[in-house]
Structures are given as C-alpha cells and as structure tokens.
Design a protein around this ligand. Structure first.
Ligand code: ATP
Length: 287
C-alpha cells in the first residue's frame, strides 16, 4: 500500500493493528482480530479503461456494524470501485463479498443483502415515486400489501409524499432523485447500504432526515458505506474512513486514527498530495 505524506506510516500501522489484521503478502485486510466476517470486503479490485488505470488493486473492508466514509479527489476511482464492488461493472481483477457472499459467484444472494445507490442512478423514469417503489418491492419478492406499506413509509420519511408521489420520476429534481434512489436502496431491508454521494444536491432538511435514517440503520445492526466529498459530513457520521487517490486506497482505518488529531480535510490534502490551487493565473478575473 502506498502511503504518501509525512508521518502517515505510523498512523496507518496503528490504525491497522488496532482494528484490522493484514493478509501477508497482499496488503489486504481480511478480518477483524475476532475473525468476524466483514459486511463488505473488496480485495484487489482493478479496472483499466484503455491505457488509463481507474482503480489499482484496491482493498477495502467495511466491518459489520460500521459507518464507513470513502473519500478521494475527483477522478480518484471511488465510483468505479463501488460500481465494481456491487456488481454493476466487471472488474479486470479482484473480488468482492457482502457478509461473506461473493458478489460475482452468488449475485442474487449478494444483491439481497445490499441496498445500492449508484452515482448517476438510472431508474424507470416513467413511473411515479409510489409506482416505482411498489413495483420494485414486488420485484424483491414482497407481497403487494407489504410493498405498498413500505413504499408509503419511505415516501413519507423522504418527504416525497403529497404531490411528489404523483410526479413522474423523470420530472424529479436532482435532490428528489437522490431521495427516491435512497428509498429504493432501503426498500428490501438490506444489511449493507452502499451509497455513492447520497447527500449530493440534497437540501439541509432532507440531509438531516437521511442522516437520521442512516444512523438508525447502523444502530439497528446494519452497515453503511458512503462516498462523499464533504469531509465535515464524513467526520460527523463515520467511524471508519478510506482515502482513495489515483485509483489506490492510500489509507484506511478508524476515523480518529486516520486523521491523527488533525481535521480530516488537512489529513486528506496531505494524503492525496495535492497543492491548493486558485492563487495563481486568472489575472483577467481580478483587478
Ligand atoms: N467508462 C469509463 N470510460 C473511461 N474512463 C472512465 C470511465 N469511468 C471512469 N473513468 C475514468 O476513471 C477515473 C475514475 O473515475 P471515477 O468516476 O471512478 O472517479 P471518482 O473518484 O468517483 O470521481 P468524482 O469524485 O469526480 O465522482 C477517471 O479518470 C475517469 O475519467
């Protein structure tokens, strides 16, 4: 594992020894000290697009019952690694499992355990929010009454009831699409939620509601992985963080170990090795 940034080696090794052990020779973390099966385990995921390596042998472990935040700069490979890990995109190499169920060998079992909010969600758009949830519920094997009950509760909690539930999804705003996407991820009662930027474009009131739902989900024994660019949000919600840069997972561990007494933002900037821009050029913009 490549760990840029002064002083990071100590932090990273502390993080790993306290929470996770390392598989000799691979660098992948395979289980907690107690040998528990991870909620989500990605080992050696790799993806190239032509000459470009988007994800470079990424390992990532979400312990059961944890709230995991995946951060990284634009283009770091977060969406690509998550879409491979949930079975939406073929990896060139590597494997992924949900509570020990291999995403590629047993896709239906794995999908039943997961609720997924992918980036750029494609949904049946010519349905209303209510129609979408009830039909998906029945596809998940719920009977019509149970699907309708869950759809009603989710629409109310997401504040998509009233006129919104009669609006076609194609006419939803970006934030409404996030919320209905999250509702579809929750509908079948998964054990793990994998949410790519769930708070993007969501208003503060709805964001507070979603945070509550996710905290309740974890308190009830579920596990959550979110990707986000908002460090304050990750610090507020997550107990574990992974940092991606240039396709690699460059750090992973408990939040406090990873940030090592600093803010996550400062640690992040060190880890991904970027210069803060914006103070040079653009002379035409400022007088
Ligand atoms: N289908 C594709 N074809 C070619 N290149 C791709 C494709 N999908 C992703 N990439 C490239 O892979 C890299 C990783 O992209 P990805 O979307 O996974 O990053 P990200 O960390 O999610 O970024 P962001 O934070 O901006 O959403 C980028 O360089 C991107 O251009």
């Amino acid at each position: 594992m490549s760990i840029p940034g002064a002083g990071w080696g100590t932090l990273a090794s502390r993080a790993m020894t306290s929470a996770l052990r390392t598989e000799p020779g691979t660098g992948s973390r395979i289980a907690s000290d107690e040998g528990e099966v991870a909620a989500f385990r990605l080992v050696g995921l790799h993806k190239r697009f032509g000459e470009h390596t988007a994800v470079d042998h990424a390992d990532l472990t979400v312990a059961a019952g944890s709230f995991y935040g995946l951060v990284g700069p634009n283009g770091a490979g977060k969406t690509t690694v998550l879409s491979m890990a949930v079975g939406l995109q073929w990896p060139d190499e590597g494997r992924a499992s949900v509570h020990g169920v291999d995403v590629w060998k047993e896709p239906l079992r794995a999908r039943r355990l997961m609720g997924v909010l992918p980036d750029g969600l494609a949904m049946p758009e010519r349905l209303t929010g209510r129609e979408l949830l009830t039909s998906l519920g029945q596809l998940h094997g719920l009977d019509a009454a149970e699907a309708a009950r869950r759809a009603g509760e989710l629409l109310a909690v997401m504040e998509l009831d009233g006129s919104a539930e009669r609006t076609l999804v194609v006419d939803y705003s970006t934030g409404m699409r996030k919320k209905i996407g999250l509702a579809t991820a929750l509908l079948h009662g998964p054990k793990l939620l994998v949410l790519d930027e769930p708070f993007e474009a969501v208003d503060p009131v709805s964001a507070a509601t979603i945070k509550q739902i996710l905290k309740r989900f974890v308190a009830g024994g579920g596990s959550v992985l979110i990707s986000s660019h908002v460090m304050a949000l990750v610090e507020q919600l997550c107990d574990t963080v992974g940092v991606m840069a240039k396709g690699r997972v460059v750090a992973e561990g408990p939040l406090d170990e990873v940030r090592g007494g600093r803010s996550l933002e400062e640690t992040f900037v060190d880890l991904v090795g970027v210069e803060i821009g914006g103070s040079e050029g653009l002379s035409w913009l400022v007088s």
